[in-house]
Design a protein around this ligand. Structure first.
Ligand code: SF4
Length: 366
């Protein structure tokens, strides 16, 4: 299989909001009374503005709880996109990182999309500038361009398909079965995992998530020896040495499902530790252990928590609802082009879901 890594030397997170700046902008800790007052104010403002809160599993548990309690959603990026598109609210407040807000705006241009802090970005997005990516695509016109959701609107505008970690495997397997060669960007670990699983011909961009890239195979092996009965749950943005030890490899939703439905008592979790909040709520009797990011080879920039996700807090949520700023804007030509690849993914996953339901006894044949 023809596999090359596109060696992009500027992939470090040194763009408009570095990790250091992100940590510096992380909201201050709140006292219980401050927390309650801000949560009350956020509830009132959401109602007043007919707004809905769309939160990712990696943001502060307070925001996750507020989203669920006020009729919003806490989910992975695929469900966030679907929910925002289908909800009747005219204002979407996205608690997550910038590409999630952009995806919401691309799918619902008529809606107002607010975010607590537009500097909340992602190392995958920062490491894949649109101009360089377009040159990479131009050099390989024979390939279907498949990009991960964690990219800018301009990168999506150049793609044939957008995927999330929930559906990437199915979509690439389908393209491979149809004889298509793939140009994949930007996460090298997820790309490698999908290539191994599908056997597809994939040419890859060399990007990484700074959170998952730090999980350590050797240290995980030592932890496994201490917890021989634990199930190991790994997000596929992690390095191969970590993925190879997993009992379950999957998206955030798939990892939560594994904890809820699993028969084991202990779980070692290799993804952003923001996910533990929802896992604890849904599986209160189970023991959850964070996979190691420290050890001999540690260069911890995140310690299993995304600095950009951490920028979302109750205070800046209230601020954005009060002021109507900052808002997400996507230039119209870019938006229309980007919408095509997102809709392809949404249509593909909806068709798969329908086909699966049709095959379920009692629901009726497809
Ligand atoms: S956890 Fe990783 S992939 Fe997710 S937003 Fe942060 S840097 Fe990006």
């Amino acid at each position: 299989m023809d596999t090359q890594l596109f060696d992009y030397t500027k992939q470090d997170a040194s763009g408009t909001c570095s990790t250091a700046l992100a940590w510096a902008k992380t909201p201050a800790l709140l006292t219980p009374s401050q927390r309650n007052a801000l949560a009350d104010r956020a509830r009132a403002l959401l109602k007043q503005h007919n707004a809905v809160l769309v939160a990712h599993y990696y943001v502060d548990g307070l925001l996750q709880d507020l989203a669920l309690e006020t009729g919003g959603i806490v989910s992975d990026s695929l469900e966030m996109a679907r929910f925002g598109r289908d909800h009747a609210a005219q204002t979407l407040v996205v608690a997550g990182v910038r590409f999630m807000g952009e995806t919401a705006k691309i799918l619902s241009p008529e809606k107002r999309v607010l975010m607590p802090d537009l500097d909340a970005t992602c190392s995958l997005d920062l490491g894949c500038p649109a101009d360089d990516f377009a040159a990479f695509c131009d050099a390989h016109p024979d390939r279907q361009v498949v990009v991960y959701a964690n990219t800018s609107a301009a990168v999506k505008a150049r793609a044939d398909w957008m995927v999330t970690s929930s559906c990437a495997l199915d979509i690439v397997a389908d393209l491979h079965a149809k004889g298509q060669k793939i140009l994949w960007a930007p996460d090298r670990h997820l790309g490698r995992y999908i290539q191994e699983q599908t056997g597809a011909d994939m040419l890859m961009w060399n990007g990484a998530c700074i959170v998952h890239d730090e999980f350590k195979g050797l240290e995980l092996e030592l932890l496994r020896e201490q917890h021989p009965h634990a199930q190991i749950l790994v997000h596929p943005e992690s390095p191969k040495s970590v993925v190879d030890m997993a009992h379950v490899v999957g998206s955030t939703s798939a990892l939560i499902k594994a904890v809820v439905e699993g028969t084991a008592q202990e779980y070692i979790v290799a993804t952003d530790n923001g996910i533990l909040h929802r896992m604890r709520q849904l599986a209160p009797g189970k023991t959850l252990i964070e996979a190691p990011t420290a050890g001999n080879s540690a260069t911890c920039k995140s310690c299993a928590h995304c600095p950009w996700m951490a920028m979302n807090g109750l205070a800046n949520l209230v601020d954005c609802l009060e002021s109507g700023q900052p808002q997400i804007h996507v230039e119209e030509t870019t938006r229309v082009l980007a919408q095509r690849c997102i809709n392809r993914m949404l249509d593909f996953t909806a068709a798969r879901k329908k086909a699966a339901a049709g095959m379920t006894p009692g629901i009726g044949a497809a």
